[in-house]
Write a protein of this length. Structure first.
Length: 202
């Protein structure tokens, strides 16, 4: 892209397993518009960095992991309302629509063409960013609702188990307890036990 006089500024953040090789390539190519210092930053700094940029790169590679997961950086980028460019994969379709992300083949030429197209079309960047943000919110709130429902089901199950356990304990020390339970669940004064509300007779 630099050779074709495309104007841009890029930052490579972090220091992964291939940092040394990538840094050497960066130096060998004598890149002027790409910053790469190996700095490791925290989550708050990362979110600030994402918001300062227009385009965020997702995942690329030939590994099974690269082809079968949606990386956290895609969620982070779309949550920050940013245009994300990532490798084509079927797994993306599980959560995102075609208009939510920019996808390309896993090779430098395809990635460069996708980036150049976006650099020359600011409106497209804004449209993709908004679509991605909308879809992320949909994913987030659906997950939140499902999780809340799951927690309530667990709580209900635990409460039922607790009550069952307590009732069994009471049965061993208070023979009239079953009668009292029945009385408390029905209306009207009970003539048998008197002090408990229940049916006319227990």
């Amino acid at each position: 892209m630099e050779k074709n006089n495309i104007s841009f500024e890029a930052n490579v953040i972090g220091k992964g397993q291939m940092y040394s090789e990538m840094k050497k390539l960066h130096n060998d190519l004598n890149l002027k518009q790409v910053s790469m210092n190996g700095e490791v930053i925290n989550e708050n700094q990362l979110s600030d960095m994402i918001r300062e940029h227009d385009i965020i790169l997702g995942i690329f590679g030939e590994s099974e992991k690269a082809k079968s997961v949606i990386p956290n950086k895609v969620y982070q980028s779309t949550a920050c309302k940013k245009c994300t460019v990532t490798m084509k994969s079927d797994v993306l379709k599980e959560f995102y629509n075609e208009e939510d992300l920019i996808t390309c083949n896993n090779n430098p030429e395809s990635l460069a063409n996708a980036l150049i197209d976006l650099i020359n079309d600011k409106t497209k960047i804004e449209t993709i960013s908004q679509n991605a943000y909308n879809q992320f919110n949909k994913i987030y709130f659906e997950a939140q609702a499902n999780f809340s429902k799951y927690i309530k089901e667990i709580d209900g199950s635990l409460i039922f188990s607790f009550l069952k356990s307590e009732i069994l304990k009471l049965l061993t020390v208070d023979p009239i307890f079953p009668t009292r339970i029945i009385c408390s669940l029905t209306s009207g004064p009970c003539k048998t036990c008197n002090k408990y509300r229940g049916r006319t007779t227990c």
